[in-house]
Design a protein around this ligand. Structure first.
Ligand SMILES: [Zn+2]
Length: 197
């Protein structure tokens, strides 16, 4: 049975690839429109972000690999994105830099020998900018959250860190995410209602 499913799946994948090649222009038009829609609509954007987040969670290795390959293939884009981001988010950028240096200081003070310098960009959701708590995009400020709080013996290490909205981080405080289900619903409603920040 599952063999059959796999066969059907790969057949479908081949068919869809063939279709995309044959109808490249049509597909491009469709995707351009869809991307335009996503750019302009925060709800569409957060829907897509959720899909991406789920995929990344299920395929962490592939996600990291894709990022690496994209960065290698697009060094100019990478640089110009960085410059564009810095100039359009100057205040936020400076704040992030300050936080980054704080984090470095903190980790040095904590004397985590395996982690004397934490590069915030190595945190899994840095590039996707999806809040690790509520799952919505982070457009402005972020904070670094310990997934398992330090007060519950969580470690100050990359696999225990995630970027979150400041408000989500503060609402979570020293709890585990599974203990804040209702809060997450409220946070999401609040953040979609406002200007997702
Ligand atoms: Zn959030």
């Amino acid at each position: 049975m599952s063999q059959d499913n796999n066969n059907t799946k790969s057949k479908n994948a081949i068919r869809s690839r063939e279709y995309r090649i044959k109808n490249a222009e049509k597909v491009k038009l469709y995707e351009d429109r869809r991307n335009e829609r996503r750019r302009n609509d925060p709800i569409e954007r957060s829907k897509k972000a959720l899909i991406d987040k789920r995929w990344s969670e299920n395929n962490p290795e592939r996600k990291r690999n894709n990022n690496r390959i994209w960065k290698l293939n697009n060094p100019d884009k990478c640089r110009s994105y960085g410059i564009k981001y810095r100039s359009s988010h100057e205040r936020v950028y400076n704040e992030n830099q300050r936080m980054l240096s704080q984090l470095r200081r903190k980790s040095v003070i904590n004397d985590n020998r395996d982690f004397s310098i934490i590069d915030i960009r190595a945190i899994d959701n840095y590039y996707s900018r999806i809040c690790g708590i509520c799952g919505l995009p982070i457009e402005f400020k972020f904070e670094v959250d310990h997934i398992i709080p330090l007060s519950r013996n969580g470690t100050h290490s990359l696999d225990n860190l995630q970027l979150t909205h400041p408000i989500c981080n503060r609402t979570k405080h020293s709890r585990l995410q599974k203990d804040m289900k209702l809060d997450i619903v409220i946070l999401r409603e609040m953040l979609v209602g406002t200007d997702i920040s």
